[in-house]
Design a protein around this ligand. Structure first.
Ligand code: NDP
Length: 612
């Protein structure tokens, strides 16, 4: 029996592990990721844009630009800003939504906030001059900041909104990508960058009867304020006489539930797996403190956070919130063991830190929930990083309200949706409104999220490359796809809790390569297959065995819903050295290897040879 440290909660490690595995087993299901259905075809109404006036029309555009940026979320905005900084002015942005913002355009549900400190999450704060009002910003504030980035860098006049790219084909003769849109536009572009985001492809639960419900039903990423009343701050007065069901207890639901509970006549929260709810502790920004920072502070702070959550030693903890606890405590345990003359096993110390963290999280449930039976149902039994960590000071106490019922399904989920409500645990709950807080297809490749076809110079599509034995360089470029850059490439690239940091890395990378081509009059470059093979070999050499960790996890999108051996997991498919090392590696590659690893596509190479 392993026991806890003298300073932290006492626990029985073996008993905890056995409980974790038993809880996982309850939730493993054969249909894995296919339990979800895409919000397309018969389900396309779930993702219609509720924020634009219907009937938008404009004349089709036919143009030739230097760069086409696909996506106007934070990835596309940072890419555009990098272009402006480098004097690249001839670019066009195409965005499906009615404005910039991406995730923050679509997710306007009540209570929406970012869990990452605003000072590191909101990009370009120093350049744009935004001072976030609070440490953890509201979605509305982040959306407004995205709009401010658009104004600051003059991006509005360069953007086609409410426009979806349908296909992009490399024209070898013209050495350009030809992009066609759903509004009849034809855009020829020497370079293309795509930023589709990890949270753009809405997932619906494949629950039998989902189409039978005759009340109102919507996904959290398309909130219907016409029905609920109120806005992102709450005030949902339309729910005063309504019975509301929320399906899901993830990061989104944790924010929605307290706001809905304030107004709904009855609220039923359908839980398959309890979430681990850590301390939020939001506070207003001290503007004097922020404005007195030395130039370059944001980049330093971003690096500091990423260092902490990558388990790297940092000289000073600048971002001292609860994201870092697990890693800082692990470092402490390692140091303590070394000081005692031991040779500590990092996995063991990480597990100890994790048990401590989760014990504290479970103790918090006991402290917050008045009914012990209810508290037992709200306790999560898995390792902290099995699911995306959540932070809220409001969610748990909401369950003490008399109008709120937790419908715990003990891992089984909902059985059926009927014309009038939801069946769970064999009982029907009559409802007026069902809110699907069931998340997104987080690891989907860009062409799938964007819903477009990309055909490279040899007629092979991006989808075919993805379905085969994928080879990329840095997860951002592919041989056969000249001048094509993925910004937000997680597969074979990187990811981080602070996703805008990873977007910045890859935006800078694309902009540097494009600036390199421009300054040397190079028409087209793509990675050589040798460079891709070397990257692949490095990925293998650096691969971290996440499989063992995820095997013991309760299912979720981080372990492909328990089918983690079928394809790389979201984190397992990234560069194993972590995001900071990845960023350094990209910078080194640009100064040392770019000129040899990027080659002219064959047709262009032949022409160069012919013309001497
Ligand atoms: P998640 O994928 O995290 O959660 C989906 C929820 O739906 C889970 O609780 C899941 O249960 C539940 N579910 C699915 N199918 C069923 C079913 N048949 N019956 C009952 N329950 C079901 O989605 P979210 O939208 O909450 O979060 C997605 C990501 O978005 C986060 O990981 C985060 O990266 C980001 N996000 C960030 C926020 C922030 O910064 N504040 C806020 C919101 C989102 P189970 O756990 O059992 O699978």
């Amino acid at each position: 029996m392993a026991s806890g440290p003298t300073t932290g909660p006492i626990f029985d490690g073996e008993a905890l592990r056995a409980r974790y595995l038993a809880e996982r087993d309850k939730r493993l299901r054969r249909d894995g990721e296919t339990q979800y259905i895409e919000a397309s075809g018969d389900f396309a109404d779930f993702v219609a844009d509720p924020y634009v006036e219907p009937g938008f029309a404009r004349s089709a555009v036919a143009e030739d630009v230097e760069v086409l940026i696909v996506g106007g979320g934070i990835g596309g905005l940072q890419t555009a800003a990098e272009f402006v900084r480098r004097g690249i002015a001839d670019f066009r942005i195409v965005e499906q939504a009615g404005d910039f913002g991406g995730t923050w355009y679509w997710n306007r549900y009540p209570g929406v906030r970012c869990d990452i400190e605003s000072y590191i999450y909101m990009p370009l704060l120093e350049e744009v001059g935004t001072v976030p009002a609070e440490r953890y910003s509201t979605g509305a504030e982040i959306f407004a900041h995205c709009q401010a980035i658009g104004r600051h860098f003059g991006l509005y006049e360069r953007t086609l909104f409410q426009t979806r790219i349908e296909r992009m084909d490399w024209d070898a003769g013209a050495e350009r990508w030809i992009a066609l849109t759903d509004r009849g536009d034809r855009i020829a572009a020497r370079f293309v960058t795509v930023s589709q985001g990890p949270l753009a492809k809405v997932k619906l639960p494949g629950i039998p009867g989902i189409r039978d419900f005759t009340g109102r039903m919507f996904h959290s990423a398309r909130w219907d304020y016409g029905y609920t009343g109120g806005d992102q701050n709450g005030g949902l007065t339309g729910l005063a006489d309504k019975r509301v069901g929320v399906i899901g207890t993830g990061a989104t639901a944790v924010q929605i539930v307290p706001r809905v509970a304030e107004h709904a006549k009855e609220l039923y929260v359908f839980q398959r797996t309890p979430s681990a709810i850590d301390i939020r502790s939001n506070r207003p920004t001290d503007a004097d403190w922020l404005l007195s920072q030395e130039p370059g502070w944001q980049r330093r702070r971003m690096d500091n956070f990423l260092g902490i959550v990558s388990g790297k030693p940092v000289p000073e903890v600048l971002v001292d919130d609860h994201w870092g606890d697990l890693f800082l405590r692990m470092g402490e345990l390692m140091r303590e063991a070394r000081a005692a003359g031991e040779t500590p096993d990092p996995h063991e110390k990480m597990q100890q830190s994790d048990f401590e963290k989760m014990e504290a999280i479970r103790a918090r449930v006991t402290a917050e929930i008045t009914d012990p039976d209810l508290a037992a149902k709200l306790k999560p039994w898995y390792n902290f990083l099995c699911k995306r960590p959540l932070f809220s000071d409001e969610y748990l106490p909401t369950f003490n309200r008399p109008n709120v019922t937790l419908v715990d399904t003990d891992g089984r989920g909902i059985e059926r949706i009927t014309e009038t409500g939801i069946i769970a645990n064999g009982r029907e709950y009559p409802l007026d409104l069902i809110i699907l807080a069931t998340g997104f297809d987080v690891g989907a490749p860009p062409h799938k999220v964007g819903g477009y076809k990309v055909t490279g110079r040899d007629g092979v599509t991006l989808a075919e490359r993805w379905e085969g034995d994928l080879r990329t360089l840095h997860g951002t470029q592919l041989s056969g796809f000249p001048n094509f850059h993925i910004v937000g490439g997680t597969a074979q690239g990187t990811t981080a809790f602070n996703f805008t940091h990873t977007l910045r890395m890859q935006a800078e990378h694309a902009a540097e390569i494009i600036a390199h081509c421009r300054s040397r009059g190079i028409a087209a470059l793509e990675p050589s297959t040798d460079a891709e093979e070397r990257w692949h070999a490095l990925l293998e050499a650096k691969h971290v065995d996440h499989e063992h960790f995820y095997e013991e996890c309760t299912p979720g999108f981080l372990n492909n819903e328990g089918q983690f051996r079928d394809k790389p997991t979201f984190v397992g498919g990234t560069y194993g050295g972590g995001p900071l090392e990845y960023e350094e590696l990209l910078a080194r590659w640009r100064s040392k290897d770019m000129a040899s690893d990027l080659v002219a596509p064959p047709a262009a190479a032949e022409r160069y040879r012919a013309t001497g």
